[in-house]
Design a protein around this ligand. Structure first.
Ligand code: PLP
Length: 412
């Protein structure tokens, strides 16, 4: 689907056609996104918000227009709830830093899951060191589904926040974040959803999820690096102190006292990445504009359906290979396939070796701990190989990946 829109997919590596299966790490960019960045620098560039001149106003319109596109894309109530950040990591750090200042006291509890990315673990450990909070962890079963009964037993009257990835970047599990949020709210806690691996793969509606925070990164949804989003419920953001101080986020400054700008600017100190925000808006327009006449599907619904079929096909074909072990076989799963291959005597073929040899065949997968070391420990391994699919991948590419994998495994 639409491969022609992604010029990089036409290139070769080691004189072989590139087969890019590392989309959970970052996606390739359609021509319109690259051109939007060019256009911004070639003919619009000026700092936003404070300028009276034409270019500044035009750049401001494009930047704020992108904010409205993000709002509509995730169905937030207002653009006041859409904060631009550098990415998911910064969004999570912002919440950890600012939410904890406003709402967390010694002994309060934050619940995470065993499958969180490091960026949703380490910021909370920093808060723990600073404020003496308690971190609890929701366990999972061997298929990669969270244990909701165990979760219920973790909730207490000290629980203030539950943080859960919508989709695991390793297992691909789509977590029941709406249900988890409902239980969190019933217990008087707030709900943060890390949408880094969900927003790029299926429709996400913050009002339907009824979450208090949602984070995602532009570069994982065909947009540029360096731009991301934090959605926050307005009444919460209102009560939270600024994350950083500087220009743009103030209303009035004297040496005695500073008053802050209204939302969302209170959380956006300094010159924002208006080139990135504009290009992210173009990426969101791009995915929304996709449609398939045969199925009648559009936008994110279409992406979800196409990726589900690719994933089903890839896993079916990988089962042909003796010794393949999957990590993450939930019935609710996106296009992330983590695996290892074991030799007949039970010896693990090191995922790094698999990845390196596949690379020489032009096939890009990811190997290692995937920034989820606690999950690796839960699965009893140091690392895994991971193939992850995006809208432009094809069954022919999966066939080439399988042929490559068979060839590499044979070498051991
Ligand atoms: N959360 C999840 C689930 C992720 O997959 C990632 C990146 O892989 C992140 C957070 C961090 O995203 P970024 O590196 O774009 O800040």
């Amino acid at each position: 689907m639409n491969r022609i829109d992604f010029p990089i997919l036409g290139r070769e590596v080691y004189k072989r056609p590139l087969i890019y299966l590392d989309n959970a790490a970052t996606t390739q960019k359609p021509r319109c996104v690259v051109e939007a960045i060019d256009e911004m620098y070639y003919s619009v560039n000026a700092n936003v918000h404070r300028g009276v001149h034409y270019l500044s106003q035009r750049a401001t319109d494009l930047h704020e227009g992108a904010r409205e596109k993000v709002r509509a894309f995730i169905n937030a109530r207002s653009t006041a709830e859409i904060l631009f950040t550098r990415g998911t990591t910064e969004s999570l750090n912002l919440v950890a830093s600012s939410f904890s200042e406003a709402f967390l006291h010694e002994g309060d509890e934050v619940i995470l899951t065993v499958m969180e990315h490091h960026s949703d673990i380490v910021p909370w450990q920093l808060v723990r060191d600073r404020k003496g909070i308690v971190i609890k962890v929701i366990p999972m079963d061997d298929r990669g589904d969270l244990d909701l009964e165990a979760f219920k037993s973790l909730l207490t009257d000290r629980t203030r926040l539950v943080c859960c990835c919508h989709v695991s970047n390793v297992l691909g599990t789509i977590n029941p974040v709406k249900e988890i949020g409902r239980l969190a709210h019933e217990a008087g806690a707030y709900m943060l959803v890390d949408g880094a691996q969900s927003v790029p793969h299926f429709p996400v509606d913050v009002q339907d999820l009824d979450c208090d925070f949602l984070t995602f990164s532009g570069h994982k949804i065909y947009g540029p690096t360096g731009i991301g989003v934090l959605y926050g419920r307005e009444e919460l953001l209102d009560k939270m102190p600024p994350y950083q101080g500087g220009g743009e986020m103030i209303s009035r400054v004297t040496f005695e006292k500073t008053t802050y700008e209204r939302l969302p600017y209170k959380f956006e100190a300094g010159t924002p990445d208006y080139v990135g925000s504009y290009a992210l808006g173009v990426a969101l327009d791009y995915v929304s504009s996709l449609h398939d006449e045969k199925s009648g599907l559009r936008g994110m619904e279409l992406i979800a359906a196409e990726e589900a079929e690719l994933t089903r096909y890839a896993m079916e074909r990988m089962r042909e290979i003796e010794g393949v072990k999957f990590y993450g076989e939930s019935a609710q799963k996106t296009s992330v396939v983590a695996f290892n291959v074991f030799q007949p005597d039970g010896t693990l073929i090191h995922p790094m070796d698999l990845g390196t040899l596949l690379d020489r065949l032009g096939i890009a997968i990811r190997t290692g701990h995937h920034c989820a070391q606690p999950l690796m420990q839960r699965c009893g391994v140091e690392g895994m190989a991971r193939a992850s699919f995006a809208l432009y991948n094809t069954k022919d590419e999966i066939d080439a990946f399988i042929a490559g994998l068979k060839r590499v495994v044979k070498m051991f």
